[in-house]
Write a protein that binds this ligand. Structure first.
Ligand SMILES: *[C@@H]1O[C@H](CO)[C@@H](O)[C@H](O)[C@H]1NC(C)=O
Ligand SMILES: *[C@@H]1O[C@H](CO)[C@@H](O)[C@H](O)[C@H]1NC(C)=O
Ligand SMILES: *[C@@H]1O[C@H](CO)[C@@H](O)[C@H](O)[C@H]1NC(C)=O
Ligand SMILES: *[C@@H]1O[C@H](CO)[C@@H](O)[C@H](O)[C@H]1NC(C)=O
Ligand SMILES: *[C@@H]1O[C@H](CO)[C@@H](O)[C@H](O)[C@H]1NC(C)=O
Ligand SMILES: *[C@@H]1O[C@H](CO)[C@@H](O)[C@H](O)[C@H]1NC(C)=O
Ligand SMILES: *[C@@H]1O[C@H](CO)[C@@H](O)[C@H](O)[C@H]1NC(C)=O
Length: 666
């Protein structure tokens, strides 16, 4: 995949250059790189040909226009000695710097802080020493910083808190001492300071990380490690000196000896709380009794033709064997198509069975048909397999689902239960599913789904899920691209379908044959067999990764056998942060626009937070929606700003709104 992408990139670049008639090259970056290599001892494998463009050099990656070096990767290249100052810091467009597994020593040059666009810094497994320069706080775009297995010493600077986009910080196997500063970065999902000489309490924002993140230190306590023994902060704050941020909240706030007065105060408070609780309980009981007296609201039942079961499905598929059904009006109350209030349709079960039906898809829970009724109306009929609950439980669940009303959720119109047949009736979405749009016959004249549409669809699906979680209190349980339908009440976005069905299958959930859904399932669901709000968030994260990478989560071609999409993305990202995870189609159509790539990176971060293994570390869906909305808003603001820029309008007076301004060629 990486090779294919490179080949494509090179091909595009060559085509671009031929079209323009000249070959540009980043001359300043070239000089900086030559300076760097000239002043660093290195192995024989790096042979940079100074008469060629640096974009051709081993380990060097340029942007699409070949105006700037964006990545320098020289892992295991036998680089020896200090990183010369005033060399790499001149690569002003650098996003990835990887010099891991060399023998670099000495201090980190302070001017590296000038690389303001740097997103990934991989310097692990070298012999770098000294303190971290305070200037690192200026690298605010940093996503992943790995300085592990060096000889850095001194304290970990609190200034790292400034790197608010960090997702991973690795400082293990160094010689850091002092206490850990209170680095509070909510998006950080990996953190490791093991095997240093740190002491003191682990600050609260970092207590979410496992014990192995802190192992092998001098004397750390609290959080995942045994609780701190001393009640008082041991180091007296040095006069005039700064307090270590870690100790302010952890040691000062709560840990004081209790005086008699405070004991009395606490007792009184406890009494008050107990009284309040009793009062609340009483109120609850009264309210509950009252509610029970009110008649339960039930959906309006439209008259429908009852069936005694058997063969309904076959008729749905063949639409000819209707008369085979052992009809009669037995079980009038029992078996009928139940419509929800205000969703009356001019059809009944008989119409449904008479409709011409076409298989839309076979899912893990049953088969979906598109049924065109005689009056031309189209609905989707889902025939459920292996329902494990009684009619009563089925009805209860369906009535809960029938209340769902949101533009981003596909409405359930009616349901049916008999011994042999369980049917659900949904609206038909002619635009199809996200899965079909994303993976359906690539390259054969299909319009590729561009980034703006992808993020809009993601946002719509997220909103639907957020509605299910917060308003309807329904776990979706089956979030995947084929259950995101396009169009509907939110024409720009889409809607989620097939929600809330897991309870119908009891312990048979998740169905083992559901290979297609497997890639979306949160790891814990295999054990608990019960989807939760958090497992929905996981599946949604996989969906985001699918939108970003263009890869189906169950796709066998992720490179390694048995690896799933989150693990695959993580492995690529861990190696080096590269655009290689992104869908080739996205890079081809949206790559001219640096803002888009920025948005993709941000969405990738959101997705990575969603696919955390530990359910509690995943964000709530409302937060996910908010973050996606922010990305979209920022994108819109940037686009508006660009439009306001008179230079981009030059010569474009006749161009309609559909013709984008030509890319500025410097
Ligand atoms: C260096 O690049 C130039 C021009 O691209 C080429 O002619 C020359 O053969 C290259 N030298 C080596 C040693 O590869
Ligand atoms: C780094 O940036 C500062 C100002 O931002 C500038 O004064 C300094 O010369 C720069 N250093 C290098 C090596 O570019
Ligand atoms: C933190 O980042 C901001 C930019 O986001 C920068 O202006 C500020 O100087 C940084 N703080 C430190 C201590 O470097
Ligand atoms: C690590 O750095 C310290 C100075 O900070 C130095 O004394 C020590 O020799 C270094 N250790 C190694 C293994 O390089
Ligand atoms: C760690 O740093 C101390 C000085 O702070 C030094 O004496 C010691 O040798 C260093 N340890 C290693 C393994 O370099
Ligand atoms: C941490 O260790 C340093 C010496 O390395 C000592 O001065 C300080 O009191 C220790 N702090 C705690 C909280 O134990
Ligand atoms: C932290 O690093 C140590 C040593 O490299 C490793 O053993 C440990 O598993 C890591 N912890 C986490 C949470 O990654």
């Amino acid at each position: 995949m990486g090779v294919a992408f490179r080949v494509l990139q090179v091909f595009l670049v060559v085509v671009c250059c031929l079209a323009r008639g000249f070959v540009s090259e980043p001359t300043e970056d070239k000089a900086a790189l030559l300076d760097f290599l000239g002043r660093t001892r290195h192995g024989r494998r790096i042979q940079w040909n100074s008469s060629a463009s640096p974009c051709e050099w081993r380990g060097v990656t340029c942007d699409a226009n070949r105006n700037q070096v964006v990545a320098l990767r020289l892992p295991g290249s036998g680089l020896v000695g200090p990183i010369p100052p005033n060399t790499l810091s001149r690569l002003s467009g650098l996003r990835v710097l990887s010099l891991r597994s060399n023998r670099l020593s000495g201090e980190l040059p302070a001017d590296l802080a000038n690389l303001s666009l740097l997103r990934s810094l991989y310097l692990q497994r070298n012999r770098l020493s000294g303190e971290l320069p305070a200037g690192v706080a200026r690298l605010t775009r940093m996503l992943r910083m790995d300085l592990s297995a060096n000889n850095f010493s001194g304290s970990i600077p609190f200034a790292l808190s400034n790197l608010t986009r960090l997702t991973g910080l690795f400082l293990g196997n160094n010689n850091f001492s002092g206490s850990i500063p209170s680095i509070d970065i909510p998006g950080m999902v990996e953190f490791n300071v093991s095997n240093n000489r740190l002491n003191g309490s682990i600050p609260e924002p970092l207590q979410r990380f496992p014990a192995s993140s802190f192992a092998g230190n001098l004397d750390l306590c609290g959080g995942p490690l045994p609780p701190c023994k001393n009640f008082f902060p041991s180091p007296a704050p040095s006069p005039g000196g700064e307090e270590t941020p870690a100790q302010v909240p952890a040691d000062r706030g709560k840990k004081k000896k209790l005086s008699t007065a405070s004991i009395i105060a606490i007792s009184v408070a406890c009494g008050a709380v107990l009284l309040l609780a009793l009062l609340l309980l009483l109120i609850c009981l009264v309210l509950r009794r009252r509610r029970r007296r009110e008649p339960a609201k039930s959906p309006k039942r439209a008259s429908a033709i009852p069936r005694s079961g058997g063969g309904a499905a076959e008729t749905a598929t063949t639409s000819s064997s209707k008369d085979d059904i052992g009809g009669g009006r037995a079980g009038v109350e029992k078996n009928k198509l139940v419509f929800f209030e205000n969703r009356l349709y001019g059809f009944d079960l008989e119409d449904l069975l008479r409709a011409s039906a076409e298989v839309l898809g076979k899912g893990s829970m049953g088969t979906s048909y598109k049924a065109v009724l005689e009056d031309g109306m189209t609905v989707v009929v889902k025939r459920l397999k292996d329902v494990a609950v009684s009619k009563r439980e089925y009805d209860v669940q369906m009535e809960a689902l029938g209340k769902v009303k949101n533009d981003n959720v596909v409405p359930l119109r009616a349901f049916y239960y008999s011994k042999d047949e369980k049917l659900l009736v949904y609206d038909y979405f002619p635009a199809g599913s996200l899965s079909a749009l994303l993976h359906g016959s690539r390259g054969s004249g299909r319009t590729p789904l561009d980034w703006d549409n992808r993020i809009r669809i993601a946002l719509a699906a997220g909103r639907g899920l957020a509605y299910l979680h917060t308003v309807a209190k329904v776990v979706h349980g089956n979030v995947k691209a084929s259950n995101v339908l396009l169009g509907g009440g939110d024409p720009d976005g889409g809607a989620v379908s097939d929600y809330g069905l897991a309870p119908l299958f009891g312990t048979a959930w998740p169905p083992t044959r559901a290979a297609a859904a497997a890639g979306y399932k949160a790891p814990e669901v295999a054990e608990t067999r019960r989807p939760t709000f958090k497992s929905d968030v996981y599946s949604f994260g996989v969906l985001l990764l699918e939108l970003l990478t263009g890869k189906a989560p169950n796709q066998a071609s992720l490179g390694e056998e048995g690896i799933d999409l989150p693990r695959w993305v993580q492995s690529v990202v861990r190696e080096e942060w590269t655009a290689e995870v992104f869908d080739v189609e996205l890079m081809r159509y949206d790559n001219n626009n640096g803002d888009k790539e920025e948005e993709m990176v941000q969405v990738l971060q959101v997705a990575m937070a969603c696919v955390q293994t530990v359910p509690d570390s995943r964000p709530d869906i409302q937060d996910v929606v908010r973050m996606l909305q922010e990305v979209l808003n920022r994108g819109a603001t940037a686009a508006a700003a660009e439009e306001d820029d008179p230079s981009s309008k030059a010569g474009g007076a006749s161009g309609g709104p559909s013709t984008p301004p030509a890319a500025a060629t410097p």
